[in-house]
Structures are given as C-alpha cells and as structure tokens.
Design a protein around this ligand. Structure first.
Ligand SMILES: Cc1cc2nc3c(=O)[nH]c(=O)nc-3n(C[C@H](O)[C@H](O)[C@H](O)COP(=O)(O)OP(=O)(O)OC[C@H]3O[C@@H](n4cnc5c(N)ncnc54)[C@H](O)[C@@H]3O)c2cc1C
Length: 455
C-alpha cells in the first residue's frame, strides 16, 4: 500500500480532522526538550476513542507501520521522538472526564486529559488528585501512566502506579485489553494494568483509566529551611514524619547554586540568604491549629543546629512564592543549563554522591551544573550545560557512573526513552533486561510499538 493510500485509510477511521500531515505537522515540535525541531513522523493521528485507536492500530499492524504514542510531549527522555516512516498517535482528542464517584472516590478519564484538568475535576467534587508536577498543564494522564510519573507528593501518595485502579489499553495488533474496575483490592491473577504503567508506550496505547482520588487536604504548613548539609535535611524530614504521622507531602532539596540561580534578580524572591550549604522546602498537610506544632518542631531543630535558618509561609501567596523557587526550571534553560538528569540515590549516601559528582563536574572545562530534587523520594535532578560529544560524555560519567555501586538508579521518574537506553545496564542486571525483552516480544512480536525506546 502506498503512503497516500495508507493515510487515506487512517483518515477514514479518525475523520479528516483527525489526521495531521505536511506543514501543519512540521509546525509541531518533536517534544518539550526540542522546541525548534519539527515532529518527524509521516503523520500524526488523533483518534477520539478506544475503538478508533484499535482500528488505527489494526491498520498499522496490517501495513507494518510503527506507532509512537504521544501525550503532552513533556517527557524528558525523548520517548515521543519519531522516525519519518512512523505514525505518531496523539491522545489529544481523548480528554473526556466522567463525573466523579464521590463515595468510591474514583474518576474515569480519557488518557489525553491533562493532569491539571483532572486535579480541577477532583477539586470541584471536593476531592483531591494528588499527582502534581511542573508540567501539569500539558502533561497527560496517559503520559503519567506510561512514565509512572512521580512529582511533588510521592512521599505521601506514591507515584502514578498508586493512583491507577484500572485502565484500558490497545495492543500493537489492535486488540483491546480493558481492565477498568474501580477496585482497590482485586487479586485475580496477573495485575495486567501494571504492564502499561511505566513501560513508556512500548506494550500498548493506554486510552482510558480509572483513577483513585483522595480527601482534599485541610491545609498546608510550608517552610523553606537552610541546613548544614543534606544529612541534616534528612534528619529534619524524619523528625517531621514522626511528628506529623506521615503527613509530610513534599521534601524538596535545593543545593546552593540552584537556589542562587532561581532567586536571582527578577526571579523568585529569596526568603533566606544565599550563603547556606543546603536548602529544602518542606510541606506538611495539616489543619491551621497544627501550625504552632510545626513552628515548635522547626525551632527545636534550630536549637540543635540541625536547621540553620527557616522561613515559614504565612499566607498562600508566600507558599506559592516558595514553590516558585523549585518549579520555574525554565530559568535553567534560559541560563543555558539545559541538560536534565534524573537519578535515584539512597538518602543516606546522597551527601557523598553529590559532593563527588560536583567535584568531577567542576573539573570539566565549560561545565556548569546545579542539583536539586525530590530528595525525600531519593530523587535528584541535575541540570548541566550542553558541551561537545566528549564533554557531554564526561558529564554523563560524573553523574551516572557512581550509581551502580550506590544501588542507585539512572532514572528515578522520567523513564529511559531513547536518551538513557545505553545507561539501562547500569541499573538493571542482564537477567532483568532479558525478562523485559521477553515481555516485549510476547505483546509486540514485530516491535512496532514505540520502537527503539527503553531497549
Ligand atoms: C517542567 C517539567 C517538569 C516535570 N516534572 C516532572 C516531575 O516532577 N515528575 C515526573 O515524573 N516527570 C516530570 N516531568 C516529565 C513529564 O512531564 C512526565 O514524564 C509526564 O508524565 C509526561 O506526560 P506527557 O503527557 O507529556 O507524555 P509524553 O511526553 O507525551 O510521553 C511520555 C512517554 O509516554 C508514552 N505515552 C504517552 N501517552 C501514552 C499513552 N496514552 N499510552 C501509551 N504510551 C503513552 C510516550 O510514547 C512516551 O514514551 C516534567 C517535565 C517538565 C517539562
């Protein structure tokens, strides 16, 4: 079948407005990290339902065409990058959010719905969808499922895996696997939804999901603290978790270069001076009456020297101001510190790891680096300058090489995609990778779903 005949077949399934090609397609960027690079696919297809997705996949299967799933394209490991002979399947027309079940505390959504739209729907029903990350306005539920997204509240609510009760997926040959049960307990053989959580669109296209909602937090106590080092930060976290029985929802570490850059003139206002060795934003879910207890905790830790200085948010505006210091990572790009890394390190070994990596990075000519992250979840983000091939390899080595010995991970929450394929072996054994390949072959024997990603 010629390209034109194949595209006509797809257009017949999704309607003419469901197929984007030519200049309109080239007007879309490859993804968030490559804003100037046009999407390279043969066509972008926009089904409106699971049934249309199934028909598109069956057509691609018969014609031997590979398919790259695409949500908001905010993923940071090139998981949505396409070749010119591939189709990219966008979920942007599957954005329906059904009425919230207030008693079961669940909601059924199309996977093209953005994280923010689901947060808003939950909030309108007096409930709470806890997943939250900087790209919430563009990132989709399908992307969050496929990357098992983490974000800012993992400490309290877990990753996306914890928020998905059921889902519907379309396999490479068009088969629909529907596991849309709104059940917390369901031990009936293999938990098939897990096949699609964190597997980056390599095993199926997720079209719908049943999400678990939570009661809306009564309020927050938020502070920016400065400590002598990350180990002291960890002590603050443990003390707060004990004092507030696991209601610490965020603990974000900010090393000094990151803090200075995010609070430079014209950016977020710095609540604390610039000369401390380590900063953290700590947020606790609590009622207003508990704020005195939060203050006493911080004061006690200051008395011991575990905290050097602290600013407590006295209003929602101040709280948002503190989060702006953490959230506005676009400042890093503006300063040319644009290569993003996402790794995991046990908290007890983080201090030595960061010091060692910073020393190695400082020795690379032309390299600037900052480090910050969801350290309560063992998760560090590095951002560095982009150098030439040799320079980038030296940066990669400084950040990734120590991880294997530390029992860390080359990807905490962003996934592997194309970008980290060569690093997978640093975090996974040959046996683990062999089993992953077996699963891939069983579900997609011809390798047509998001080819080349992960492996
Ligand atoms: C400013 C910023 C902040 C971020 N912060 C965080 C953070 O704190 N935590 C975090 O985890 N991530 C973060 N990210 C990364 C990104 O937002 C998440 O990975 C998000 O889950 C991706 O969603 P998306 O809809 O953009 O997915 P996309 O980028 O479109 O896709 C991601 C992967 O999932 C696949 N995919 C997408 N939709 C489907 C589907 N329906 N079925 C099957 N496969 C699919 C794609 O093929 C690709 O492999 C951040 C990104 C940015 C730009």
């Amino acid at each position: 079948m010629t390209d034109a005949a194949f595209l006509d077949r797809l257009a017949a399934i999704v309607g003419p407005s469901g197929l984007v090609t030519g200049a309109e397609l080239r007007g879309r960027s490859a993804n968030w990290t490559r804003p100037a690079e046009p999407c390279a696919a043969l066509a972008l297809v926009r089904p409106r339902s699971t049934q249309e997705t199934s028909a598109v996949m069956a057509a691609c299967h018969e014609s031997g065409v590979a398919v790259v799933p695409r949500g908001g394209a905010t993923g940071l490991v090139d998981g949505t990058l396409c070749q010119p002979d591939e189709i990219t399947l966008s979920t942007e027309r599957m954005i329906g959010i059904e009425p919230v079940d207030p008693l079961g505390m669940t909601v059924v959504v199309g996977t093209g719905a953005t994280i923010e739209s689901v947060q808003e729907a939950a909030s309108a029903a007096g409930l709470f969808f806890p997943l939250d990350l900087g790209a919430r306005g563009s990132a989709t539920i399908g992307g969050a499922i496929s990357t098992n997204a983490g974000g800012l509240r993992v400490l309290r609510y877990g990753m996306m895996r914890e928020m998905v009760l059921g889902l519907e997926a379309v396999l490479a040959d068009g088969t629909v696997v529907s596991s849309m049960r709104p059940l917390i307990k369901n031990n009936t053989g293999l938990d098939l939804k897990q096949l699609f959580l964190g597997t980056e669109g390599t095993l199926g296209i997720v079209t719908r999901a049943v999400l678990r909602l939570r009661p809306e937090p009564a309020g927050y106590a938020t502070a920016l603290i400065a400590c002598p080092g990350v180990d002291d930060g960890a002590r603050v976290l443990r003390a707060a978790q004990s004092a507030f029985q696991g209601r610490v929802s965020s603990f974000e570490g900010l090393w000094p270069d990151f803090y200075r850059l995010m609070t430079a003139a014209g950016r977020a206002t710095p609540p604390l001076g610039h000369d401390y060795p380590f900063y953290a934003i700590i947020e606790i879910e609590c009622v207003a009456e508990e704020s005195d207890r939060f203050l006493s905790l911080l004061e006690g830790l200051m008395g011991e020297g575990t905290i050097l200085d602290a600013a407590v948010a006295a209003s929602e505006e101040q709280r948002r101001g503190m989060w702006r210091i953490r959230d506005r990572v676009e400042h890093l790009n503006a300063d040319g510190i644009e290569r993003a890394f996402d790794v995991s390190v046990p908290l007890s070994r983080m201090d030595g790891y960061v010091r060692g990596a910073l020393d190695r990075l400082a020795a690379i000519p032309g390299c600037r680096a900052v480090v910050y992250g969801h350290i309560g979840d063992n998760n560090l983000h590095w951002n560095t300058t982009r150098l030439d091939v040799a320079g980038n390899a030296a940066i990669d080595a400084a950040i990734y090489e120590p991880l294997a010995e530390l029992n860390g991970s080359v990807s905490a929450e962003h996934g592997i995609g194309l970008e980290k394929r060569s690093k997978l072996k640093l975090s996974r054994s040959p046996e683990e990778i062999a089993v992953m390949r077996m699963v891939k072959r069983a579900l997609d024997p011809d390798g047509r779903l998001n080819p080349g990603k992960i492996f």
